[in-house]
Design a protein around this ligand. Structure first.
Ligand SMILES: [Zn+2]
Ligand SMILES: [Zn+2]
Length: 356
Protein backbone atom coordinates (compact mmCIF):
# COMPACT_ATOMS: atom_id res chain seq x y z
CA UNK A 1 0.00 0.00 0.00
CA UNK A 2 1.26 3.49 -0.80
CA UNK A 3 1.93 5.82 2.12
CA UNK A 4 0.11 9.11 2.48
CA UNK A 5 2.67 11.94 2.83
CA UNK A 6 0.46 15.00 2.56
CA UNK A 7 -3.10 15.54 1.41
CA UNK A 8 -3.32 14.22 -2.18
CA UNK A 9 0.32 13.05 -2.14
CA UNK A 10 1.39 9.41 -1.81
CA UNK A 11 4.73 7.59 -2.01
CA UNK A 12 5.17 3.92 -2.91
CA UNK A 13 7.01 1.22 -4.81
CA UNK A 14 6.52 -0.44 -8.18
CA UNK A 15 4.08 -2.97 -6.73
CA UNK A 16 1.82 -0.15 -5.50
CA UNK A 17 1.89 1.50 -8.91
CA UNK A 18 1.19 -1.76 -10.75
CA UNK A 19 -1.76 -2.54 -8.50
CA UNK A 20 -3.29 0.90 -9.02
CA UNK A 21 -2.71 0.96 -12.78
CA UNK A 22 -4.23 -2.51 -13.14
CA UNK A 23 -7.21 -2.28 -10.83
CA UNK A 24 -7.92 1.41 -10.56
CA UNK A 25 -7.94 3.55 -7.45
CA UNK A 26 -10.45 5.51 -5.42
CA UNK A 27 -8.24 8.50 -4.82
CA UNK A 28 -5.16 8.41 -7.03
CA UNK A 29 -5.49 10.10 -10.44
CA UNK A 30 -1.86 10.84 -11.35
CA UNK A 31 1.28 8.72 -11.19
CA UNK A 32 4.89 9.87 -11.29
CA UNK A 33 7.10 6.90 -12.18
CA UNK A 34 10.79 7.26 -11.48
CA UNK A 35 12.37 4.11 -12.92
CA UNK A 36 15.46 3.36 -14.97
CA UNK A 37 13.26 3.28 -18.06
CA UNK A 38 10.34 5.59 -18.79
CA UNK A 39 8.58 2.98 -20.93
CA UNK A 40 5.38 1.37 -19.62
CA UNK A 41 6.88 -1.96 -20.73
CA UNK A 42 9.08 -1.75 -17.62
CA UNK A 43 6.08 -3.13 -15.71
CA UNK A 44 5.74 -6.23 -17.89
CA UNK A 45 9.50 -6.78 -17.70
CA UNK A 46 9.22 -6.59 -13.93
CA UNK A 47 6.31 -9.05 -13.77
CA UNK A 48 5.60 -11.12 -16.83
CA UNK A 49 1.94 -11.42 -17.67
CA UNK A 50 1.33 -7.86 -16.55
CA UNK A 51 0.22 -5.68 -19.42
CA UNK A 52 -0.76 -2.08 -18.82
CA UNK A 53 -2.41 -0.07 -21.61
CA UNK A 54 -1.04 3.39 -22.35
CA UNK A 55 -1.54 6.22 -24.82
CA UNK A 56 1.17 8.79 -25.34
CA UNK A 57 0.49 12.47 -24.68
CA UNK A 58 4.00 13.75 -25.30
CA UNK A 59 7.69 13.10 -24.85
CA UNK A 60 10.04 15.89 -23.82
CA UNK A 61 13.81 15.78 -24.35
CA UNK A 62 16.48 17.65 -22.41
CA UNK A 63 17.23 19.84 -25.42
CA UNK A 64 13.63 20.93 -26.01
CA UNK A 65 13.02 24.61 -25.45
CA UNK A 66 10.33 23.77 -22.90
CA UNK A 67 12.99 22.53 -20.54
CA UNK A 68 14.90 25.82 -20.56
CA UNK A 69 14.47 28.04 -17.59
CA UNK A 70 13.63 31.73 -17.79
CA UNK A 71 17.26 32.76 -18.17
CA UNK A 72 17.65 30.57 -21.24
CA UNK A 73 20.09 28.35 -19.43
CA UNK A 74 18.54 25.03 -20.37
CA UNK A 75 21.52 24.12 -22.50
CA UNK A 76 23.72 24.52 -19.44
CA UNK A 77 22.51 21.23 -18.01
CA UNK A 78 24.93 18.33 -18.34
CA UNK A 79 22.18 16.20 -19.92
CA UNK A 80 22.67 15.69 -23.62
CA UNK A 81 19.95 17.36 -25.74
CA UNK A 82 18.59 14.05 -27.06
CA UNK A 83 18.15 12.59 -23.56
CA UNK A 84 14.54 11.91 -22.60
CA UNK A 85 13.51 14.24 -19.80
CA UNK A 86 10.07 12.71 -19.31
CA UNK A 87 7.18 11.11 -21.10
CA UNK A 88 3.55 11.88 -20.38
CA UNK A 89 0.79 9.41 -21.17
CA UNK A 90 -2.64 8.12 -20.27
CA UNK A 91 -2.17 4.75 -18.65
CA UNK A 92 -3.79 1.92 -16.73
CA UNK A 93 -7.33 0.69 -16.46
CA UNK A 94 -9.58 2.55 -18.95
CA UNK A 95 -6.60 4.85 -19.57
CA UNK A 96 -7.85 6.79 -16.55
CA UNK A 97 -4.51 7.73 -15.06
CA UNK A 98 -2.12 10.43 -16.19
CA UNK A 99 1.37 9.01 -15.85
CA UNK A 100 4.57 11.00 -16.05
CA UNK A 101 7.65 8.81 -16.34
CA UNK A 102 11.16 10.06 -15.67
CA UNK A 103 14.16 7.85 -16.52
CA UNK A 104 16.45 7.92 -13.49
CA UNK A 105 18.71 5.26 -12.03
CA UNK A 106 19.28 4.88 -8.31
CA UNK A 107 22.97 5.74 -8.42
CA UNK A 108 24.92 8.31 -6.43
CA UNK A 109 26.32 10.02 -9.51
CA UNK A 110 22.95 10.20 -11.27
CA UNK A 111 21.84 13.71 -12.15
CA UNK A 112 18.72 14.23 -10.04
CA UNK A 113 18.78 18.04 -10.05
CA UNK A 114 18.00 18.38 -13.74
CA UNK A 115 14.75 16.42 -13.36
CA UNK A 116 13.49 18.22 -10.27
CA UNK A 117 11.71 21.11 -11.99
CA UNK A 118 9.54 18.90 -14.19
CA UNK A 119 8.80 16.45 -11.36
CA UNK A 120 7.89 19.12 -8.81
CA UNK A 121 5.64 20.91 -11.32
CA UNK A 122 3.89 17.64 -12.11
CA UNK A 123 3.30 16.88 -8.41
CA UNK A 124 1.96 20.38 -7.79
CA UNK A 125 -0.42 20.30 -10.80
CA UNK A 126 -1.59 16.77 -10.00
CA UNK A 127 -2.49 17.64 -6.42
CA UNK A 128 -4.73 20.41 -7.74
CA UNK A 129 -6.59 18.00 -10.03
CA UNK A 130 -6.66 14.90 -7.83
CA UNK A 131 -4.10 12.82 -5.97
CA UNK A 132 -0.65 11.77 -7.06
CA UNK A 133 1.43 8.69 -6.34
CA UNK A 134 5.20 9.16 -6.63
CA UNK A 135 6.88 5.80 -6.97
CA UNK A 136 10.20 4.25 -7.92
CA UNK A 137 11.21 0.59 -7.70
CA UNK A 138 11.53 0.09 -3.96
CA UNK A 139 10.00 3.35 -2.74
CA UNK A 140 13.16 4.06 -0.79
CA UNK A 141 15.60 6.30 -2.67
CA UNK A 142 14.48 7.93 -5.93
CA UNK A 143 10.84 8.62 -5.09
CA UNK A 144 11.85 9.71 -1.60
CA UNK A 145 14.39 12.18 -2.99
CA UNK A 146 11.78 13.74 -5.26
CA UNK A 147 9.07 13.91 -2.60
CA UNK A 148 11.63 15.39 -0.16
CA UNK A 149 12.51 18.07 -2.73
CA UNK A 150 8.80 18.80 -3.13
CA UNK A 151 8.37 19.22 0.63
CA UNK A 152 11.50 21.37 0.80
CA UNK A 153 10.17 23.72 -1.86
CA UNK A 154 6.54 23.86 -0.82
CA UNK A 155 7.19 24.12 2.92
CA UNK A 156 10.62 25.79 2.89
CA UNK A 157 12.19 22.91 4.79
CA UNK A 158 15.88 22.07 5.01
CA UNK A 159 16.95 18.79 3.42
CA UNK A 160 17.25 17.20 6.87
CA UNK A 161 13.82 18.41 8.04
CA UNK A 162 12.14 17.28 4.82
CA UNK A 163 13.58 13.77 5.13
CA UNK A 164 12.63 13.62 8.80
CA UNK A 165 9.11 14.75 8.03
CA UNK A 166 8.84 12.20 5.23
CA UNK A 167 10.01 9.42 7.57
CA UNK A 168 6.99 10.11 9.76
CA UNK A 169 4.81 8.96 6.87
CA UNK A 170 7.07 6.21 5.62
CA UNK A 171 9.87 4.95 7.85
CA UNK A 172 11.86 3.22 5.15
CA UNK A 173 12.69 6.24 2.97
CA UNK A 174 16.42 6.66 2.43
CA UNK A 175 17.67 8.59 -0.62
CA UNK A 176 21.19 7.59 -1.69
CA UNK A 177 24.09 9.83 -0.60
CA UNK A 178 24.46 11.44 -4.03
CA UNK A 179 20.79 12.44 -4.01
CA UNK A 180 21.10 13.79 -0.45
CA UNK A 181 24.02 15.96 -1.60
CA UNK A 182 21.99 17.26 -4.52
CA UNK A 183 19.04 18.03 -2.24
CA UNK A 184 21.45 20.03 -0.07
CA UNK A 185 22.48 22.00 -3.19
CA UNK A 186 18.78 22.51 -3.99
CA UNK A 187 18.37 23.99 -0.52
CA UNK A 188 21.46 26.19 -0.88
CA UNK A 189 20.19 27.50 -4.22
CA UNK A 190 16.99 28.65 -2.53
CA UNK A 191 14.74 25.66 -3.35
CA UNK A 192 15.28 25.99 -7.07
CA UNK A 193 17.69 24.71 -9.67
CA UNK A 194 19.61 27.90 -10.41
CA UNK A 195 21.84 27.09 -13.36
CA UNK A 196 23.75 30.37 -13.01
CA UNK A 197 24.83 29.71 -9.42
CA UNK A 198 28.36 28.55 -8.58
CA UNK A 199 26.81 25.63 -6.69
CA UNK A 200 25.13 24.37 -9.86
CA UNK A 201 28.22 25.03 -11.97
CA UNK A 202 30.38 22.95 -9.67
CA UNK A 203 27.78 20.17 -9.77
CA UNK A 204 27.59 20.32 -13.56
CA UNK A 205 31.36 20.07 -13.80
CA UNK A 206 31.36 17.05 -11.53
CA UNK A 207 28.74 15.33 -13.71
CA UNK A 208 30.80 16.13 -16.83
CA UNK A 209 33.89 14.76 -15.08
CA UNK A 210 32.06 11.54 -14.15
CA UNK A 211 30.89 11.22 -17.73
CA UNK A 212 34.45 11.75 -19.00
CA UNK A 213 35.78 9.10 -16.63
CA UNK A 214 33.20 6.63 -17.90
CA UNK A 215 34.43 7.25 -21.42
CA UNK A 216 31.69 9.64 -22.43
CA UNK A 217 32.12 12.02 -25.33
CA UNK A 218 33.08 15.58 -24.50
CA UNK A 219 30.42 17.95 -25.74
CA UNK A 220 31.97 21.39 -26.23
CA UNK A 221 28.51 22.95 -26.42
CA UNK A 222 28.23 22.22 -22.70
CA UNK A 223 31.17 24.54 -22.02
CA UNK A 224 30.70 28.09 -20.83
CA UNK A 225 30.47 30.84 -23.47
CA UNK A 226 33.80 32.30 -24.62
CA UNK A 227 34.00 35.75 -22.97
CA UNK A 228 36.50 36.82 -25.65
CA UNK A 229 33.86 36.64 -28.38
CA UNK A 230 30.99 39.12 -28.87
CA UNK A 231 28.15 38.23 -26.50
CA UNK A 232 25.63 35.80 -27.92
CA UNK A 233 22.04 36.86 -27.76
CA UNK A 234 20.26 35.70 -24.62
CA UNK A 235 23.57 35.26 -22.85
CA UNK A 236 24.42 37.19 -19.73
CA UNK A 237 24.82 40.86 -20.44
CA UNK A 238 28.41 41.43 -19.40
CA UNK A 239 28.01 45.19 -19.54
CA UNK A 240 25.31 45.13 -16.88
CA UNK A 241 27.68 45.43 -13.95
CA UNK A 242 31.43 45.85 -13.96
CA UNK A 243 32.88 42.69 -12.48
CA UNK A 244 36.42 41.35 -12.43
CA UNK A 245 37.60 39.66 -15.59
CA UNK A 246 40.76 37.83 -16.53
CA UNK A 247 42.80 38.65 -19.64
CA UNK A 248 45.82 37.01 -21.25
CA UNK A 249 48.83 38.92 -19.94
CA UNK A 250 50.53 38.83 -23.30
CA UNK A 251 47.76 39.90 -25.70
CA UNK A 252 45.01 41.13 -23.36
CA UNK A 253 42.37 38.81 -24.80
CA UNK A 254 39.51 38.20 -22.37
CA UNK A 255 39.75 34.60 -21.16
CA UNK A 256 37.40 34.37 -18.16
CA UNK A 257 34.80 36.35 -16.28
CA UNK A 258 34.34 36.25 -12.54
CA UNK A 259 31.17 34.19 -13.08
CA UNK A 260 33.27 31.46 -14.72
CA UNK A 261 35.50 31.11 -11.67
CA UNK A 262 34.84 28.19 -9.33
CA UNK A 263 36.09 29.19 -5.92
CA UNK A 264 37.62 26.67 -3.57
CA UNK A 265 38.47 26.75 0.11
CA UNK A 266 42.22 27.44 0.26
CA UNK A 267 44.29 24.82 2.01
CA UNK A 268 41.85 21.95 2.17
CA UNK A 269 44.88 19.71 1.75
CA UNK A 270 46.89 21.62 4.30
CA UNK A 271 47.68 18.63 6.46
CA UNK A 272 49.76 17.19 3.63
CA UNK A 273 51.86 20.31 3.65
CA UNK A 274 52.23 20.28 7.42
CA UNK A 275 53.50 16.76 7.21
CA UNK A 276 55.83 17.61 4.35
CA UNK A 277 57.21 20.62 6.24
CA UNK A 278 58.03 18.63 9.34
CA UNK A 279 59.64 15.81 7.46
CA UNK A 280 61.65 17.92 5.07
CA UNK A 281 62.73 20.40 7.70
CA UNK A 282 62.88 23.03 5.02
CA UNK A 283 64.02 26.27 6.70
CA UNK A 284 62.38 28.46 4.05
CA UNK A 285 59.29 30.35 5.05
CA UNK A 286 56.48 28.52 3.31
CA UNK A 287 53.66 30.77 4.43
CA UNK A 288 53.37 32.14 0.89
CA UNK A 289 52.15 28.72 -0.17
CA UNK A 290 48.78 29.31 1.40
CA UNK A 291 48.18 31.94 -1.30
CA UNK A 292 46.60 30.31 -4.35
CA UNK A 293 48.78 30.74 -7.40
CA UNK A 294 45.98 29.77 -9.77
CA UNK A 295 42.33 30.33 -10.43
CA UNK A 296 40.08 27.47 -11.47
CA UNK A 297 37.30 28.01 -13.98
CA UNK A 298 34.55 26.04 -15.66
CA UNK A 299 35.48 24.65 -19.09
CA UNK A 300 35.06 27.43 -21.66
CA UNK A 301 34.53 27.23 -25.38
CA UNK A 302 37.97 28.63 -26.28
CA UNK A 303 39.58 25.56 -24.63
CA UNK A 304 39.73 23.58 -27.85
CA UNK A 305 42.41 21.23 -26.52
CA UNK A 306 39.89 19.95 -23.97
CA UNK A 307 37.45 18.94 -26.69
CA UNK A 308 40.10 16.75 -28.30
CA UNK A 309 39.44 14.31 -25.49
CA UNK A 310 42.76 14.03 -23.64
CA UNK A 311 42.77 13.42 -19.92
CA UNK A 312 45.03 16.41 -19.39
CA UNK A 313 46.79 19.09 -21.39
CA UNK A 314 47.81 22.70 -21.80
CA UNK A 315 45.43 25.60 -21.97
CA UNK A 316 46.68 28.19 -24.44
CA UNK A 317 45.35 31.64 -25.29
CA UNK A 318 42.98 31.45 -28.26
CA UNK A 319 44.54 34.60 -29.75
CA UNK A 320 48.31 34.56 -29.11
CA UNK A 321 48.71 30.94 -28.05
CA UNK A 322 50.55 31.90 -24.88
CA UNK A 323 50.32 29.18 -22.29
CA UNK A 324 47.80 30.17 -19.63
CA UNK A 325 47.40 27.01 -17.61
CA UNK A 326 46.56 23.38 -17.58
CA UNK A 327 43.56 21.10 -17.40
CA UNK A 328 43.15 17.64 -15.94
CA UNK A 329 39.90 15.71 -15.65
CA UNK A 330 41.37 13.78 -12.69
CA UNK A 331 42.18 16.97 -10.84
CA UNK A 332 45.03 19.34 -10.06
CA UNK A 333 46.32 20.39 -6.67
CA UNK A 334 46.36 24.13 -6.13
CA UNK A 335 49.42 25.67 -4.46
CA UNK A 336 47.28 26.13 -1.33
CA UNK A 337 46.95 22.36 -1.04
CA UNK A 338 43.34 21.95 -2.22
CA UNK A 339 42.53 19.38 -4.87
CA UNK A 340 40.22 20.59 -7.62
CA UNK A 341 38.56 17.82 -9.65
CA UNK A 342 38.16 18.13 -12.58
CA UNK A 343 40.46 21.13 -12.95
CA UNK A 344 40.70 23.91 -15.54
CA UNK A 345 43.47 26.02 -14.16
CA UNK A 346 44.71 29.48 -15.14
CA UNK A 347 48.02 30.62 -13.62
CA UNK A 348 47.63 33.99 -11.96
CA UNK A 349 51.06 34.90 -13.32
CA UNK A 350 49.80 34.48 -16.90
CA UNK A 351 46.59 36.51 -16.62
CA UNK A 352 45.74 40.07 -15.64
CA UNK A 353 42.72 40.93 -13.61
CA UNK A 354 40.68 43.93 -14.73
CA UNK A 355 37.06 45.00 -14.90
CA UNK A 356 35.00 44.38 -18.01
ZN1 LIG B 1 44.09 27.30 -3.80
ZN1 LIG C 1 47.02 35.87 -25.53
Amino acid sequence: MPYLVREHLFIGNIGDAAEILQNGSHDITHILSVLSSASISFFSEWRSGLSIPSKEIRKVYAGDSGSEDASGNGSNSPLSPDKLLYSLEYAGKDLKFVRMAVPLRDMENEDLLDYLDVCLDFIEDSRKQGSVLVHCFAGVSRSAAIVAAYLMKSEQLSQEDAIESLRKSCETVCPNDGFLEQLKMFEQMGFKVDRASPIYKRFRLKVLGDSYNRGGKIDGSKFGADPGLPAEKNSTNIEASPSPAYRCKKCRRLVALQENVLDHVPGEGETCFEWYKRRSGNPLNRSSESECSSIFVEPLRWMTTVEEGALEGKLSCAHCEARLGYFNWSGIQCSCGSWITPAFQLHKSRVDISTV
